[in-house]
Design a protein around this ligand. Structure first.
Ligand SMILES: [Zn+2]
Ligand SMILES: [Zn+2]
Length: 429
């Protein structure tokens, strides 16, 4: 990836913001595993490091420990059996474990990277990733979505200085993980739409240059939909780069807007509610893909309304607290005192409605078009396929906005006067 020219383009951005990042090198290529030590050293990564992996990722990156040792690294290790949930507490543990080393190398994807990225931030250590699957977009991110008391929120975290992806390994990753990565990429459709709408409705800052970094990644992934499920190294590498670009966009724009919108929050809602009952959720990107389809269906439905009458936010708060339950009450209160619709008004929505409709129609593909692409890429397209019960699917789509202080089109539904939404149909049920 030509990081230098990408960063050059971001200099003196017309948005007025300084776009900076810690990422020094993204090495993507066939057979790079053998060069891991060399690549890290070339980027001045420290040689006393903690290597974090689980049994699956260690197997995928077979030989990495010896390669590091032979390459002059002194390593300490922390291995999990099969890490599926990124717990806040685990990040704290990794931070403590790294006290006597200078850097953390995460060998893996998803939750492993999430806890390591946070640990590196807490302990202020250098951080690098050796990726084993192109399954989600968090590689270059500066936040970590972590579970604490069954509530998932994003914590500040450290961007890696080096990301290595051996396409021979990425291509051989389980198809389910590669398809999940594709699902996480198509989520950028709604993410970018929500960002634009937030600018119009609550005046949130938005940078077109940063958004175009995400859009580049999205377009690369879309063009390779038919190759996702094969062991195609080129496709795996390109999707991996797409995922990195969106994480990078988050850092450059200093906002998660560049990668996540309502669809990510819907997915987090499902995850929290399932974990409350002791149930694990499906892969991040797999859920986000399904949630994206639901959100697009809803957005397109709303965009059909030519001249809606907007009113003050008519949220039934008793109902909201009932749906979230006692366990989540204080979090929901925190994000809604004040609530984000206080920052807009029926007048603002009326003034901008035609522009909002235009954005929805121009930015988002049709549900049919996207479903076909997702199926081609082996993605799940229904709640059932990701183990989310019909009832939970609908609650997620309807009530997720209250877990954040964030403007998303879904949050504006209670400001439409007298509209009836068939939530089951919107959730594809
Ligand atoms: Zn900018
Ligand atoms: Zn994501």
């Amino acid at each position: 990836m030509d990081l230098t020219s990408l960063l050059q383009k971001m200099q003196n951005c017309p948005c007025g913001k300084k776009h900076e990042c810690d990422l020094k090198d993204v090495a993507v290529g066939s057979g790079l595993l053998k060069q891991t030590a060399e690549i890290l050293k070339k980027n001045n990564f420290p040689t006393d490091i903690l290597v974090v992996a689980d049994n699956n990722t260690l197997k995928a990156a077979d030989g990495i420990l010896d390669i590091l040792k032979t390459g002059g690294f002194h390593i300490k290790t922390k291995f999990f059996d099969d890490l599926r949930v990124a717990e806040y507490e685990e990040a704290e543990n990794i931070a403590k474990l790294s006290a006597d080393v200078d850097g953390i190398l995460s060998v893996g994807t998803g939750s492993l990277n999430d806890i390591c990225r946070r640990a590196a931030f807490v302990a202020d250590k250098d951080f690098a990733i050796f990726a084993t699957a192109p399954s989600m977009d968090g590689f270059a991110s500066v936040t970590s979505p972590l579970m604490a008391n069954n509530f998932k929120i994003s914590y500040p975290a450290k961007q890696p200085s080096v990301i290595i992806g051996d396409t021979a390994i990425l291509a051989k990753a389980p198809v389910e993980l590669k398809s999940a990565g594709f699902g996480d990429m198509i989520a950028k459709y709604t993410a970018l739409t929500d960002w634009k709408l937030a600018k119009l409705t609550v005046g949130e800052a938005m940078c077109e240059n940063v958004a175009s970094v995400t859009r580049d990644g999205l377009m690369r992934a879309i063009s390779l939909a038919d190759k996702v499920t094969s062991e195609d190294e080129e496709a795996a590498g390109a999707i991996f780069e797409g995922l990195i670009l969106t994480g990078l966009a988050m850092k450059l724009g200093d906002t998660t807007r560049a990668a996540s919108g309502a669809e990510h929050v819907v997915s987090h809602f499902w995850e929290c509610k399932k974990l409350e009952q002791g149930l694990l959720s499906d892969f991040h990107g797999k859920k986000c893909g399904v949630a994206t389809l639901m959100c697009i269906r809803l957005y397109k439905e709303l965009a059909k309304i030519e001249n809606p009458v907007f009113v003050k936010d008519s949220t039934d708060w008793d109902k909201v607290y009932e749906i979230y339950g006692e366990n989540f009450r204080s979090e929901v209160e925190k994000y809604n005192t004040p609530t984000v619709t206080d920052e807009t008004s029926p007048e603002i929505l009326t003034q901008n409605w035609q522009e909002i409709r235009r954005i929805i129609n121009e930015e988002l593909p049709s549900v049919e078009e996207l479903t076909a692409l997702m199926k081609q890429a082996g993605c799940a397209t229904t709640a059932k396929e990701i183990g989310v019960a019909d009832n939970l699917a609908v609650l997620g789509l309807q009530y997720h906005p209250y877990m954040r202080h964030r403007m998303m089109l879904t949050r504006l539904v209670p400001m439409f006067n007298g509209i009836k939404i068939d939530w089951n149909t919107m959730a594809g049920i």
